[in-house]
Structures are given as structure tokens and as C-alpha cells.
Ligand binder design. Structure first.
Ligand code: HEM
Ligand code: HEM
Length: 183
């Protein structure tokens, strides 16, 4: 249902689909999937783009222009639309060994290292909730890019993740991203 901001949102969805795919299930790791993402998280990101506060190069190039045209009602309607779309299915990525390493990191963190269990915030199955994004089925390359990017401080709401990723190695990022894509 798309009451409020309806007409604009209904038309905007076709624009979004050009990159993010039908129903927000994207085919390319250049574009994150949006399907099944909690509405609160999606709305927050769109407002961060619109305020020119989420500021990685790709965000400037692609999302600043699109989001500038959206009012709050349209953002809410878009976020609610994507929240109820069937999520992208998991796609295996890499050898079992890598997936197991990623799973352990996701479920347990690294005790004593300051890396907490990702599941504690993102959910047992990485389904996300409220302001915590769904990670299950997301493109591994996109996830890895975000994990590497939090240290640059170009995401205004990335404070928790900056602390989380500070102690992570590139190998750990690769493993957890591969595991998450497979869910
Ligand atoms: C990122 C929504 C249109 C390209 C995002 C994110 C959201 C979003 C919520 C952040 C996802 C996350 O944090 O997990 C939308 C909506 C659109 C739209 C609602 C339509 C109104 C487009 C279009 C393009 C595009 C038309 C391509 C021309 C991208 C790229 C990223 C992105 C490249 C980020 C990639 C990165 O950070 O690596 N979009 N988008 N989007 N979107 Fe869109
Ligand atoms: C965002 C991964 C632990 C809170 C993200 C994103 C990734 C990620 C890839 C970006 C998603 C996207 O752009 O769509 C992980 C991994 C973790 C972990 C692999 C474990 C090593 C945590 C923990 C918390 C947390 C423990 C809470 C204390 C958040 C929040 C965001 C986020 C609030 C959204 C940031 C924003 O709005 O810009 N996480 N996460 N994460 N994570 Fe985590």
C-alpha cells in the first residue's frame, strides 16, 4: 500500500528499478538490493543522501540527484514499499571454509577484540530491524565496500559500524560479506 506521497512514489519506483532492480532485487553489486530492508533504515538513508551527508563518491554520483527530488512523504512511501518486497535469495559465494569463517564472525564476533556479534544488532538471520539494515542476500561486493568505507566517516549514521570495523581485517570483511550474500 502506498498511501501518502503515492503518485510520486509510484512513478519514482520505475526510476529506482533501473538501478536497484524490479522490487528492489538488484542484479549488479554496483547497486544494493533494497527489498526486505526495514522501512526506517531505508528512509534514514534517503534522508542522508538528500541532505548530502552520506557522501561516498558513488552516492554523490547516483543518489544525491535522485533523492533531492523526494519529499518526506514520498521517502516514507518508497521505504514502506521496499520493506514488504520479497528479499533477494541467497547466492553461494566462495568455498565452505570462507563461509564458515564468516558465519562465526557474524554470530560470535571476535571475543576480546572489540568486534561484537553482528547478529546482536542485525538479527540472527541478518534480517535487520528498525535502523539496523538487513544484510542477508545483499551483494557481497557491496557489503565489503561498506565495511571498508565506515572508517572514512562518510556515512553520518555509521558511528556504531566505525567502532565495529576498526579492528577487522580485510580477510574478515571478505568472509562475513560472503557468508551474508549466501543467506
Ligand atoms: C544506494 C534508494 C535510485 C544507484 C541506495 C540506497 C538506497 C537507495 C536506500 C542505500 C542502500 C543501503 O544502504 O543498503 C533508491 C531509491 C531510488 C534510487 C528509493 C529511486 C527514487 C537510484 C538510481 C541509481 C541508483 C536511479 C542509478 C542511476 C545507487 C547507488 C547506490 C545506491 C550506486 C550506492 C552504492 C554504494 O554505496 O556503493 N539507493 N535509489 N539509485 N543507489 Fe539508489
Ligand atoms: C550498517 C555489517 C555489527 C549497527 C551495516 C552495514 C554493513 C554492516 C555491511 C551497511 C549495510 C548497507 O549499507 O546496506 C556488519 C557486520 C557486523 C556488524 C559484518 C559484525 C562484524 C554491528 C553491530 C551494530 C551494528 C554490533 C550495533 C551495535 C549497524 C547500524 C548500521 C549498520 C546502525 C546502519 C548505519 C547507517 O545508517 O549508516 N552493518 N555490522 N552493526 N550496522 Fe552493522
Amino acid at each position: 500500500d502506498m498511501s501518502g506521497g503515492t503518485d510520486i512514489a509510484r512513478r519514482a519506483i520505475h526510476v529506482c528499478a533501473a538501478c536497484h532492480g524490479e522490487g528492489g532485487r538488484s542484479a549488479s553489486a554496483a547497486y544494493p538490493s533494497l527489498a526486505g530492508q526495514p522501512a526506517q533504515y531505508t528512509a534514514r538513508q534517503l534522508k542522508d543522501f538528500r541532505a548530502q551527508q552520506r557522501a561516498e563518491a558513488d552516492n554523490k554520483a547516483y543518489m544525491w540527484g535522485v533523492s533531492a527530488l523526494l519529499d518526506d512523504d514520498t521517502i516514507q512511501a518508497l521505504a514502506e514499499y521496499y520493506a514488504v518486497q520479497a528479499p533477494a535469495p541467497g547466492r553461494a559465494r566462495g568455498p565452505d571454509r570462507l563461509l564458515k569463517e564468516g558465519r562465526r564472525l557474524f554470530e560470535d564476533g571476535v571475543p576480546g577484540s572489540g568486534i561484537r556479534a553482528c547478529a546482536g544488532c542485525h538479527g540472527e538471520r541478518a534480517e535487520g530491524a528498525a535502523g539496523f539494515p538487513r544484510l542477508a542476500g545483499q551483494h557481497a561486493d557491496y557489503l565489503e565496500r561498506q565495511l571498508k568505507g565506515f572508517s572514512t566517516r562518510l556515512r553520518p549514521h555509521g558511528v556504531l559500524m566505525r567502532a565495529e570495523t576498526a579492528g577487522m581485517t580485510a580477510q574478515q570483511m571478505r568472509a562475513v560479506a560472503a557468508y551474508l550474500q549466501s543467506l
